[in-house]
Design a protein around this ligand. Structure first.
Ligand SMILES: N[C@@H](CCC(=O)N[C@@H](CS)C(=O)NCC(=O)O)C(=O)O
Length: 208
């Protein structure tokens, strides 16, 4: 398998961490979505990462679809997402909130970087969306007394929230203020200390 994308992307990092925890060997191609756009377009016309090339040549895109496929390669007990509802849809909701914040962070970055004159109203809307979602995660985490986001079991929610927080902290430090989200940020710091988060990581580099 070949994973395309840099680990400063919260999405690519989620896939890299999942592959590593599932003990699935992969080649990593840390292509830039800007600098490597032409060769990326030949594989993924959306010019986005993560992009996963399977050994039979099939190409998977979209983090959730990629993780769904990776889950099919491991036994149900080893999967990082519960199989049964409501536990499954509750965790997927948390993951969607975290991924949504990462979407906002990426959009905000492009607005600031790629528009000659960034739109204040658009940026205000994105910031409002991100901050509202961060408050939801903070409330969820503050109400939980468990070691991991969901109970005592490390899960895909821990990966998604931690990858989101690291990327947001480095790309938009004015939004990811730890004092505003103490339970959420403390959880992310705790997760980042785990070897897999240290191994599959890269400081944020502005796409160029
Ligand atoms: N929904 C996508 C989002 C992926 C995404 O936004 N990736 C960013 C990098 S962090 C990207 O490829 N951006 C390029 C672009 O959208 O033009 C997923 O979950 O895979």
């Amino acid at each position: 398998m070949i994973l395309i994308g840099q680990f400063d992307s919260p999405f690519t990092r989620r896939v890299g961490i999942t592959l590593t925890l599932y003990d699935i060997a992969f080649e990593h191609r840390p292509w830039s979505i800007m600098g490597d756009a032409d060769r990326l377009a030949e594989i993924n016309p959306l010019i986005r990462v993560p992009t996963l090339i399977l050994s039979n040549g099939d190409v998977l895109i979209e983090t959730s679809s990629i993780i769904d496929y990776l889950d099919s390669l491991v036994t149900p007990e080893n999967r990082l997402l519960p199989q049964i509802n409501p536990a499954r849809y509750r965790m997927l909701k948390t993951i969607s909130v975290a991924s949504g914040i990462s979407d906002m962070a990426v959009r905000l970055f492009y607005e600031l970087r790629l528009h000659d004159a960034p739109s204040p109203s658009y940026m205000a809307r994105i910031t409002r969306q991100a901050e509202g979602a961060l408050r939801v995660l903070e409330k969820e985490r503050a109400a939980s007394g468990s070691k991991y986001w969901f109970d005592e079991q490390f899960s895909q929610a821990d990966i998604a929230v931690t990858c989101m927080w690291r990327h947001l902290s480095e790309s938009h430090p004015a939004i990811a203020v730890p004092a505003n989200y103490p339970a959420l940020s403390a959880h992310a710091v705790e997760m980042e200390a785990q070897p897999v988060f240290e191994k599959i990581s890269q400081p944020f580099i502005a796409p160029a």
